[in-house]
Write a protein that binds this ligand. Sequence first.
Ligand code: CMC
Length: 428
Amino acid sequence: MTKKATLEIDGKKYDLPIVEGTEKEIAVDISSLRSDTGGVVTLDRGYKNTGSCESSITFLDGEKGILRYRGYSIEELAEKANFLEVCYLLIFGELPTKTQLDKFHKDIKAQSHVDEDVKRILDGFPKSAHPMGVLSSLTAALVAFNPSSVNVESEEDMYKAIVKILGKFPVLTAWTYRKRMGLPLDYGGDSLGYVENFIKMMFKSPSGDYTSNPTVVDALDKLLILHADHEQNCSTSTVRMVGSSHAGLFISISSGIAALWGPLHGGANQAVIEMLEAIKADGGDTKKFMAKAKDKNDPFRLMGFGHRVYKNFDPRAKIIKKAADSVLENMGIEDDVLDIAKALEKEALEDSYFVDRKLYPNVDFYSGIIYRALGIPVEMFTPMFALGRLPGWVAQWREMRLRKEPIGRPRQIYVGETKRDYIPLEDR
Ligand code: CMC
């Protein structure tokens, strides 16, 4: 028997179908609620209880701390896969064979050049501009240089757009950084892996050679995998929403970058390091900052703590915490802020304010410490998150278009003035 929910409004009952996912998640399908009831809608501020789509890309269980891409656990992927394989997996649904992966990489490399005129656009930004604003703008500008729209009915067209954005985005990210540092813009090298090439584009000195450091490549690969997708978060929902009007892939991604920038989302990784530095500069009194975080009259929040979905632990944070220890050890770096971070975590996990509200360290709590050890400046932390999230945005955009989802257009409950008459200016 198919399951259903019954809703009663003013004594009248309405049957609503139940949709069950492959992991036994349950949703009440309210698609016909408004037409059946003659106007009733649901109200769900911040979409805390609303499933916006059906998706086969990422599964997460916030209570159990589970995260899987296309069925594969994040722990296994972070340990065994590389970022490019994960990109392919997220976008196309299966792990690639060696031949598929080589072709994918070759096709991305062939599309990694960026029109020289983009450099002039970049030149127009002040050096002090935040890299996320620059990156979002440059990604939007790509549309001007690639104006033909993607025919989503054509596998080939879709594939071309995907390899283009995967090829050009790391270049734009590295150029955003180099412009800020006053360094000449350049490309990496065709013989390098996807992540290593990005590192070379970022750090190659204008005069010297580039030497690969496997610890740096491995650490960044892992961080990018951990950020690669997270189902319907704020930026991904933005990408899907913008794309649902049939806007193109690049402009949808540009909107996702803007959404990611905020400190409650991807911008938290920058905010965490700034917070840890502030605690250090203030003498390292973690208790004082814990008290501020709990004080409802103080806007301060413990950045890198809490998550809309994870109410047990964020599995990504566990992996990153371990990685932070080993990266710092391998690179022979001692960083006081790692000790401050660990002390804060310990105190929070023993504090009823955080325990009762199920607030645990999230992916951003320790990631900045690794980025810093890799030589990435703090303003570039959120662009690094964007680089990692790119395949997720692409996969979700592709899925949304292939499923022919309708344009996203929520309803509202109007709480403004009821009808009133216009008062002429001289009578007001
Ligand atoms: N520090 C202090 N109190 C907090 C924090 C925090 N970091 N996070 C939540 N709370 C409190 C909040 O004040 C509220 O308390 P009360 O019930 O007494 O009013 C309660 O916990 C529930 O918080 P909420 O804001 O209703 O929860 P939410 O699901 O709307 O917000 C969040 C989730 C991630 C925006 C929030 O936890 C937060 O602002 N965290 C800090 C920013 C951060 O680290 N963001 C990165 C998220 S992970 C990366 C990503 O995917 O973007």
